[in-house]
Design a protein around this ligand. Sequence first.
Ligand code: NAD
Ligand code: DAU
Length: 339
Amino acid sequence: MPKKKVLVTGGAGFIGGNFVQYMIHKYPQYDIYNLDSLTYAGDLTKHREIETKKNYHFIKADIADREQIIPLFVQEKFDYVVHFAAESHVDRSITDPEVFIRTNVLGTQVLLDASKHIGVTKFVHVSTDEVYGELDFDPTTFFTEETPIQPNSPYSASKASSDLLVRAYHETYELPVNITRCSNNYGPYHFPEKLIPLTISRILNDQKVPVYGDGKNIRDWLHVIDHCTAIDLVMHEGINGEVYNVGGHNEQTNLEVVKTIIRALGKSDDLIEFVKDRLGHDKRYAIDPTKLEKLGWKPTYTFETGIDQTIQWYLDNKEWWEHIISGEYQSYFEKQYSI
Ligand code: NAD
Ligand code: DAU
C-alpha cells in the first residue's frame, strides 16, 4: 500500500513544528511534508533530529503563491492537509494588518483550491478561540462551537475569515474539512514574542517583564503536545464539516502566569513592569472542550505540570532562544515596548 502523504503547513513554526515531530515519531508509515515560507517565525534548527529521517520532507513555499501551490499539489497528491501556516501574533497585527490578510485569508483560500483540485481525504484548518471574541470575567461562561464569531483584532478577524472560507468549501464543494479552535498554547519552541517564552527568557536575563494594563486579562493555557493529540484525533476521526474547540480548563490571569514563572526561577516580583495596554485587549478566553472529549480527547498536562516542563525546556535549550532573540527580534522588541 502506498504511504499516506500528510502536508503540514507552517511546520517550521511553534505548533506546526511540534506537530511535525509528533507525527514523524507516531506514524512512521506516513510521509510528512513540512511546507513553510520561513518568515521571522519559522526556524528549521528545531528539526535537526528528524531532518535525516526518510519520512520527513521540507518544502520552502509561500501558501499564498498560487503558481507554486497548485502544481505542487498536482505533483504530490497529498492525502491530508493540516494547515497551521499563519501570521499568528496579535500585537504585530495591530501595527501591520496587511500581511495577516494575505497569509491567513488568501493563503488559506489557495490551499483550499489546491485541496479541492486533487481531492484530499481531509483538510484540517487550525484556528483559534480568538475568533469568538472575548468573554467577561464570569467563570461559568465558556466558548462553545455554537458561540457567534466576533473577532476583535486584525489577527482574529483574518482567522475568522479563513474559518468561513473553510466552511464554505465544505458546504459548496463538499470538501472534507474540520476546523479546530484552540486556546493559548505553550511549550517547547514557543517564539519568545509571546507572553510565556518572553517572560521566561527575560527573567533568565534579569530583564523587566512587560505586563499589559493591570495584568488581569485571562487566558486558557494548553500544552502544545495536548494540542497535537487533539489535531491527530480530529484528522483521523473528526466528522467532516465539524468544528472542534480545543482547551484544557487552565485559566490564569497574565499576572498569575508571570508570577508563577518568577517564583519557579527564584526571582523577584520587582521584575514586573506594567506597561500601556494592548489596543482592543480581549478580557478573557475560556474553552468548553466537551465536543472533542466526546470524540475521545483528553489533555495530559495541567498548567502546573506543563509550565514546569516548559521552564525546564527553556533552561535546557538556551542556545535555541538566545539565537532567536538576537537580530530582527531586537528591533521588534524596541519598537513594541519602551522598557
Ligand atoms: P507561528 O507564528 O509560531 O508559526 C507560523 C509558521 O507559519 C512559521 O513557521 C511561518 O514561517 C509560517 N508561515 C507564515 N506565513 C507563511 C506563508 N505565507 N507561507 C508559508 N508559511 C508561512 O505560529 P503558531 O503559534 O505555531 O500557530 C500556528 C497556527 O495555530 C496558526 O494558524 C495560529 O493561528 C493557530 N493557533 C495558535 C495558537 C497559539 O497559542 N500559538 C493557539 C490557537 C491557534
Ligand atoms: O487564544 C489563542 C491565541 O493565543 C492564538 O490564536 C494566537 O496566535 C496566540 O499568539 C495567542 O494570542 P494572545 O494574544 O492571547 O497571546 P500573547 O502571548 O501575545 O498574549 C497573552 C496575554 O498576555 C494577552 O492577554 C496579552 C498579554 N501580554 C502579552 C505580551 C506579549 C502581556 O501582558 N505582555 C506581553 O508582553
